[in-house]
Design a binder for this molecule. Structure first.
Ligand code: NDP
Length: 234
């Protein structure tokens, strides 16, 4: 039987490449997403990750079709950049609610199934700025740094049940999220990246496929940078 892999937000960007890579890997792939078109071979269930009931219902719907989830890639995320002194409570809490609490909602539901399977691979999409920091991203970097603590606590809690939890920390990857950056800001960032370029979504997907593999069963609580050397392994 093929593995049931759930990727959040597979309609575009990194999530789309993640879903495509798991399809190519021979897995049964589904997504929890808010709308839009999906890659071939990917089953969707609509939910906003800020809505606990909707997330739980989406997992129920997908598991009824494809069996218990064995791999979760928590990818859905947003930015709402601004300088600290001008950042509203809403700008802060809305980013935390998607990137951190949204991930928690998905992980909590997925672990329920993984415990029964006595197998699980949890991959959280963090960010290089979670550990390096970035001006204008106090909300976003806080949410991404917290995922490291989450993965490590999950590892300590359920690591004996065949479940691993790791964080991928992408650097700058070309997607809608980074397309919003002004051209001169992109140039400045590129100059600081040892690889001197932004990454592509497939770079992140390849790392996720590895962390989700059977062979990565002894890798847990790790942060895997995919950043062209920007964070120097943190
Ligand atoms: P995009 O903005 O291209 O895509 C974001 C995805 O998240 C979309 O599918 C979006 O859905 C989904 N999403 C956002 N909010 C919610 C929500 N409340 N409920 C369900 N789905 C939601 O971003 P990227 O592909 O670039 O980023 C993907 C992940 O990678 C994010 O966690 C991001 O923080 C992280 N990352 C990205 C980097 C980059 O350079 N691009 C670098 C480091 C990390 P919808 O289409 O409905 O909005």
């Amino acid at each position: 039987m093929t593995r049931h892999v759930v990727v959040t937000g597979a309609n575009r960007g990194i999530g789309r490449a993640l879903a495509e890579a798991f399809v190519a890997n021979g897995d049964t792939v589904s997504t929890i997403y808010r709308g839009g078109d999906l890659p071939d071979g990917v089953t969707g269930a609509i939910a906003d990750v800020t809505d606990t009931d909707a997330v739980n219902a989406a997992f129920d719907e997908l598991e009824a079709k494809h069996g218990r989830v064995r791999v979760l890639v928590a990818n859905a995320g947003i930015t709402r950049d601004g300088l600290l002194m001008r950042m509203s409570d809403e700008d802060f809490t809305s980013v935390l609610d998607v990137n951190l609490t949204g991930t928690f909602r998905c992980v909590r539901r997925a672990v329920n199934s993984m415990m029964r399977e006595r197998f699980g691979r949890i991959v959280l999409v963090g960010s290089v700025v979670g550990l390096m920091g970035n001006p204008g991203q106090v909300n976003y970097s806080s949410s991404k740094a917290a995922l490291v603590g989450m993965a490590r606590s999950i590892t300590r809690e359920v690591g004996s049940r065949g479940i691993t939890a790791n964080v991928i920390a992408p650097g700058f990857i070309t997607t809608d999220m980074t397309d919003e950056l002004p051209a001169d800001t992109k140039k400045q960032y590129e100059a600081t990246i040892p690889a001197r370029r932004f990454g592509i979504t497939q770079d992140v997907a390849a790392a996720a496929v590895f962390l989700a593999s059977d062979e990565a069963g002894y890798v847990s609580g790790a942060v895997l940078p995919v950043d062209g050397g920007l964070g120097m392994g943190h």
